[in-house]
Design a protein around this ligand. Structure first.
Ligand SMILES: CC(=O)[C@@H](O)[C@H](O)COP(=O)(O)O
Ligand SMILES: NCC(=O)COP(=O)(O)O
Length: 249
């Protein structure tokens, strides 16, 4: 059984950039949102620089690196272009995610097991540069084992299927997904991997995941940015924090 550590809350600010980019121009500014999240007690900021730059852009990453004193978790696909950008900035963490140009959002986890050799070579310079390398994966033993073998420090478990099943009222499926996430958190932790989780988490779905003692960080964006339209980012984050703390108590 893992020792219960304080659970970190990372705020994903991609979705502020999505709103900005819908019109072009400069507002709303995701860097301003990140600074506000930092002031409101976020433990880190997550930003996903997609290859098609549909939300976060290169200048946002420059701005985040300059403005933040909390860790930046830089999400990116395993491409040479992204590797060069990461090596230029050397963020605290680099999270390798799968990307499909036509997807609406990150659909699944990275296929580490099939690409083990290539990924091992890909992450080596990032590790050498001092970045904590994290791999965004589905809760499957073979992906976790492969992430461990390639030398990743962290895995982030994709919680999307669990959240979707909850939102659609498929509670039997949700509970199966939750069981899988619980078991795989334990398994990853037993291998010495640091365990994070995220994607699609809401006030309704966060507590069962936050209760896993092996999970030390949750990255949450879309729901919180949406909720901040109604209550403001600071109160929206405070409520998430409260639920996480309650689950952990
Ligand atoms: C990997 C992940 O879960 C986040 O980066 C998420 O993908 C961000 O939102 P989009 O999927 O809309 O880019
Ligand atoms: N890595 C998951 C993440 O950053 C947040 O995903 P979402 O809450 O925006 O779906």
């Amino acid at each position: 059984m893992a020792q219960v550590e304080k659970l970190r809350l990372g705020i994903n600010i991609d979705h502020v950039a999505t709103v900005r980019n819908a019109r072009g121009g400069d507002t709303p500014d995701p860097v301003r949102a990140a600074v506000l999240a930092q002031q409101a007690g976020a433990d880190g900021i997550t930003a996903h620089l997609r290859e098609d730059r549909r939300h976060i852009g290169d200048a946002d990453i420059d701005g985040l690196m300059e403005a933040l004193s909390i860790p930046l978790n830089f999400e990116m696909a395993a491409t040479k272009e992204m590797q060069d950008i990461a090596l230029r900035h050397k963020p605290h963490a680099v999270c390798i995610v799968p990307e499909k140009r036509e997807e609406r959002t990150t659909e699944g986890g990275l296929e580490v097991a099939r690409e083990e050799n290539a990924l091992a070579h890909f992450i080596a310079p990032l590790r050498d540069a001092g970045c904590r390398v994290s791999i965004f994966i589905a809760a499957e033993p073979r992906q976790i084992e492969a992430a461990h073998r390639i030398g990743a420090a962290v895995i982030e478990l994709h919680t999307g299927a669990y959240c979707d099943a909850h939102a659609e009222g498929r509670f039997d499926v949700r509970d199966v997904e939750l069981g899988r996430l619980r078991e795989m958190s334990q398994f990853a932790h037993s291998l010495g991997l640091e365990v994070h989780a995220g994607h699609g988490l809401t006030y309704e779905t966060v507590k069962p995941i936050a209760a896993f003692p092996e999970v030390v960080e949750l990255n949450i964006g879309h729901f919180l940015i949406g909720e901040s339209i109604f209550r403001g980012l600071t109160p929206a984050m405070a409520e998430m924090r409260r639920l996480m703390d309650e689950a952990r108590a």
